[in-house]
Write a protein that binds this ligand. Structure first.
Ligand code: TYD
Length: 202
């Protein structure tokens, strides 16, 4: 297996398990397969990312402002963190990336088109592999504590989010893995998908 850099994104609706599975995947690749691995997430740990986390609790932020800030956070995240690690030969795993913006922000407002989100994110680099973790909205929300819910964590909103993830995944050729199963089984499928990609890249 070649040890070339690879940019992997795990994405999906709130409660799909992208954080748990990103962490398990990073540990597998680093400790079992001996790769240099950089694990990261969006919103990022930058000041813009911190502001976005605050805004996730605030229903009064216009969706257009969210879209602009998520794009700014990603631009900074890509150029100052992800690209540098890829250039140093790391496998980079990001828990959420541009697909989250395309889906959440376009559903938030009829005024926001997928094309506009793509324009805002024009200067970022794209993942080599995107895996969508799929689960029913109801099941995903049942995993969350009611008092900690953020503004997108509502069943009818997440049903729309899930449907768009699924239709875009088919259109874009992303891998869809059901996360409504025992963690170890789901993780095994993710690891297999990543190992297949590593084996076929030249
Ligand atoms: P998440 O990391 O799943 O939150 P938590 O750590 O609380 O589980 O994601 C934060 C939220 O931000 C999630 O509802 C999706 C939303 N989001 C967007 O709307 N657009 C984006 O571009 C990104 C990256 C996230």
């Amino acid at each position: 297996m070649t040890k070339k850099p690879l940019f992997i994104v795990l994405d999906g609706i709130d409660g799909c398990g992208s954080t748990t599975h990103s962490q398990l995947l990073a540990a597998f690749l680093e400790y079992k397969k001996d790769f240099k691995v950089h694990l990261t997430h969006e919103p990022s740990k930058s000041d813009i990312g911190k502001l976005l986390r605050k805004f996730l609790k605030n229903e009064e932020i216009p969706p257009t402002t969210d879209a602009l800030l998520f794009a700014a956070d990603r631009d900074l995240h890509y150029h100052n963190e992800i690209k540098k690690r890829l250039d140093d030969g790391y496998i980079v795993i990001s828990d959420r990336y541009i697909e989250s913006s395309i889906i959440y922000q376009s559903i938030q407002s009829d005024r926001i088109s997928i094309e506009w989100i793509k324009q805002l994110n024009k200067f970022i680099g794209h993942p080599d592999l995107t895996i969508i973790l799929d689960i029913e909205a109801k099941t995903a929300l049942a995993r969350k504590k009611e008092k900690d819910l953020e503004k997108f964590e509502d069943t009818s909103f997440l049903v729309k989010v899930r449907n768009l993830y699924l239709s875009r995944a088919k259109q874009e050729g992303y891998h869809i893995i059901s996360s409504d199963d025992i963690i170890e089984f789901v993780q095994e499928k993710i690891q297999k998908t990543v190992l297949d990609k590593l084996n076929t890249q030249n």
